[in-house]
Design a protein around this ligand. Structure first.
Ligand SMILES: N[C@@H](CCC(=O)N[C@@H](CS)C(=O)NCC(=O)O)C(=O)O
Length: 276
């Protein structure tokens, strides 16, 4: 992997790396914040999954997370949201194709060749990070919107892989809302049984590990009633006896101003689990 950005930040370094992903079959970029403690010892890692239209830059430039990562001694890794490159399939809308990988492995053409974000996030990226940076094997995961969906589903599907999970404004039931229906029909095909494997509300019904979920949601979010529907997550968690803290935050919308307002709480939550 090759470092393509390197900036001092809160006593540590905000870097961006480029590498050839064998899982995705393309060149990928991911951002890494190394807090000052990484000079002396290996540290746990919080993986951040961004939402629709994002790449590795949105979180590192808008969330203000580095200050809290430096305080708690946690490495932040923020990957891109889809495979990239001229030979990667794309679509016209912002909610399908590049910038909209949905953190799953596509089974349908023309997507299946490159859209394998689940394997990339769960296996290839952590292996790369842990082999090349001052990272222990302790991992946590969080994300926003489509990335909140990614964080919840990947944690629920891989018991033991993550010490903690949280989400901002997540898509909790993609099988039941327009963003998810469009993406899942394209990437996974018409069989809704395959969709359930990538749907947090469905996965909660059978989750073996009761990893507590922390979710923040703005009540002025423009996508709240059409795409996000946190009440479905609340009902599913209640039915399954799965621990959930769902915080409805009055006045906040879907933007990174909301994330910046509460990212400190989330990093403290993850640091506690990662350092326990
Ligand atoms: N209507 C928006 C939908 C996309 C959107 O709101 N994306 C969110 C995640 S779902 C985001 O993080 N955008 C980038 C940013 O705010 O930096 C658009 O067309 O760009």
């Amino acid at each position: 992997m090759e470092r393509i950005e390197h900036r001092a930040c809160f006593g540590g370094w905000q870097d961006v790396y480029r590498h050839e992903s064998s899982v995705l079959g393309c060149t990928m970029a991911f951002a890494v914040y190394l807090p000052p403690q990484a000079d002396k010892r290996k540290l746990p890692v919080l993986y951040w999954l961004s939402g629709l239209t994002c790449n590795e830059q949105n979180f590192i430039t808008k969330a203000g997370a580095q200050r809290y990562a430096a305080e708690h001694g946690v490495i932040l890794v923020a990957p891109d949201t889809s495979p990239r490159g001229d030979d990667v399939a794309d679509a016209d809308g912002y909610d399908l194709g590049k910038g909209a990988g949905f953190y799953l492995n596509a089974t349908q053409q023309p997507w299946a060749a490159h859209y394998r974000m689940q394997d990339y996030i769960v296996d290839e990226l952590p292996a790369l990070v842990e082999a090349n940076l001052a990272a222990t094997g302790a991992r946590a995961i969080s994300g926003h919107s489509m990335g909140g969906h990614g964080a919840l589903t990947l944690a629920l599907k891989h018991p033991g892989r993550y010490r903690s999970v949280s989400a901002f404004s997540p898509i909790v039931a993609p099988s039941q809302v327009p963003w998810g229906e469009k993406a899942f029909a394209a990437y996974l095909g018409a069989d809704r049984a395959a969709w359930a494997q990538h749907d947090a509300v469905e996965l909660l019904k059978t989750a073996g590990e009761k990893l507590p979920l922390l979710v923040d949601q703005g009540d002025a979010d423009e996508f709240l009633h059409s795409q996000l529907k946190p009440e479905l997550l609340k009902a599913a968690a209640h039915a399954a006896g799965h621990p959930l803290v769902l915080r409805m935050q009055p006045g906040y919308d879907h933007s990174y101003y909301f994330i910046a307002s509460f990212i400190g709480d989330h990093i403290a939550h993850h640091a506690k689990a990662l350092q326990a």
